[in-house]
Design a protein around this ligand. Structure first.
Ligand code: HEM
Length: 459
């Protein structure tokens, strides 16, 4: 049977109705199509068929079969303009994906996480000092400060470089260049054929932004190569520059390393910053959760500086983060494609198709999640985890192409949340704030501002 969906116009397909839709974000738009057409639907975007399948039954049908794996869909294909064959945007069959995957995996194991802890703490302390010094009357732009934090953290942990974002008025230039490039990369597949060359100013800005990101990463590599061998730190960058693929013995090429650096700076901060921002909002919207989290933090940390070993005792914060990622998966979609013709929900799908999974829809499938819109970290309590079916919660993607930075992100976010609760009483700067979402390729709460009053007993 035909996959349901709105009838397409000639040439434009469904583009016009998508552009005219009242929804603010593409997530809301696709969620609305799901509500109208069910678990699977297809759109025609200027002649390209894009399939969406986001209910749990269909996602499990794909993910439990070895036929299905990551699709580098149109927007990701665009991001190859700056991510190239870096891990995130590589095709799985490109030799550089397997090479970099095998070579970099050890840098995201448990041992490695312990090594990152002091540097994560260093940057988290900078955020705490900033909030303390500005005082309780200062209005904090949450997403902006969390972006400073996560960008500086990935730069320090992975490349031993200090971006010092907390010491400057404006965000690091990488951030603006990245956000604009992501927006432009997302917009390009939706433009009418032939339009792009005429957007002269947009095209120039895109080239300038990509060049700026490359300059920043080229400088990082040049600085490292200029260090005497005995001063070269043992970090992710050093691994990229010197390690060999355990399978083939090959090293990464200079070109590929360049792409990995841009990839890690982008993938390594944008989503974690969104996670911390949404988690902050959820704590403020759910005072009972905040109170319990505070109790746990006070019991585990008292008023001393956190240690790596404390993280294991902060499991409730992990539950809060998981529940936050359920309702606000900051990388809100991924795409899968089958390696040979097959069916999905009884519909024929070929390797030319790309099936998009909209995570906010999957994560609120009422067949899996009772009262799906309720924020309830107890869904992820250790003794209830076995009630969550496989493939019902996928904020980090699927299979071999799932997020390599998952333990890094969760460790960083747990630490920062713990320190924030330990040291501050937080409140919305605008008590009437109603959250809306801003979307690039990732999502963030829009214009969330808070005030933070230092607690008297804090370190
Ligand atoms: C891949 C989400 C943090 C590096 C992915 C994918 C998702 C994701 C959904 C798969 C994308 C796809 O299938 O197309 C997230 C979320 C994060 C986070 C929600 C934070 C809350 C991080 C961090 C790093 C990172 C901190 C780096 C330190 C990567 C890389 C890939 C990836 C390199 C590509 C992996 C591959 O295909 O081999 N992430 N991520 N991510 N992520 Fe993350």
């Amino acid at each position: 049977p035909r996959i349901p969906g709105p009838a397409p116009l000639p040439v434009l397909g469904n583009l016009l109705e998508m552009l005219r839709a009242p929804q603010e974000t593409s997530i809301e738009l696709t969620a609305d199509y799901h509500a109208r057409y069910g678990g699977i639907f297809a759109l025609d975007i200027v002649g390209n068929r894009q399939i969406f399948a986001s209910d749990h039954r269909l996602v499990a049908e794909m993910c439990s079969s070895p036929l299905w794996s990551k699709s580098v869909h149109d927007a990701l294909e665009q991001i190859r303009d700056f991510g190239g064959d870096g891990l995130f945007t590589a095709y799985s069959e490109e030799p550089n994906w397997g090479r970099a995957h095998r070579l970099l995996m050890p840098a995201f194991g448990t041992m490695a996480m312990k090594d990152y802890f002091p540097q994560m703490l260093d940057i988290a302390e900078q955020l705490m000092v900033r909030w303390q010094r500005f005082g309780s009357d200062h209005t904090i732009d949450v997403a902006e400060d969390m972006t400073r934090l996560t960008l500086d953290t990935i730069a320090l942990c992975a490349f031993n470089v200090r971006f010092n974002s907390f010491y400057s008025e404006k965000p690091h230039p990488f951030v603006g260049a990245m956000v604009r490039s992501l927006v432009e990369a997302g917009a390009r597949p939706e433009r009418l054929p032939g339009v792009q060359p005429f957007l002269v100013g947009t095209n120039r800005q895109y080239r300038t932004d990509i060049a700026a990101m490359q300059r920043i990463t080229d400088d990082i590599v040049a600085t490292r190569n200029g260090l005497p061998a005995e001063d070269q730190p043992d970090d992710l960058l050093q691994r990229m520059l010197t390690a060999a693929d355990p399978l083939t013995g090959e090293k990464l090429s200079e070109e590929n390393i360049r792409h990995q650096l841009v990839t890690f700076l982008v993938a390594g901060h944008e989503t974690t910053s969104g996670l911390l921002s949404f988690a902050t909002h959820q704590l403020l919207a759910n005072p009972d959760v905040l109170a319990r989290a505070r109790e746990v933090v006070d019991e585990v940390l008292g008023n001393r500086t956190p240690r790596f070993e404390d993280l294991a005792d902060l499991g409730y914060l992990g539950q809060i983060l998981r529940e936050t990622l359920r309702l606000h998966p900051t990388a809100p979609a991924f795409a899968l494609t089958p390696s040979e013709p097959t069916t999905l929900g009884g519909h024929r799908i070929t390797p030319d198709d790309s099936v998009m999974v909209i995570l906010p829809v999957l994560h609120q499938d009422p067949e899996v999640w009772p009262q799906p819109q309720r924020f309830d970290p107890d869904r992820f309590a250790p003794d209830r985890m076995d009630r969550i079916p496989e493939y019902a919660w996928m904020p980090f993607g699927h299979g071999a192409r799932a997020c390599i930075g998952r333990p890094f992100a969760l460790q960083e976010a747990t630490l920062v949340l713990a320190m924030m609760l330990q040291r501050f009483d937080i409140a919305l700067a605008d008590p009437d704030y109603r959250m809306t979402i801003s979307e690039t390729l990732t999502i963030k709460p829009k214009d969330l501002t808070i005030k933070a009053r230092a607690r008297s007993a804090a370190p």
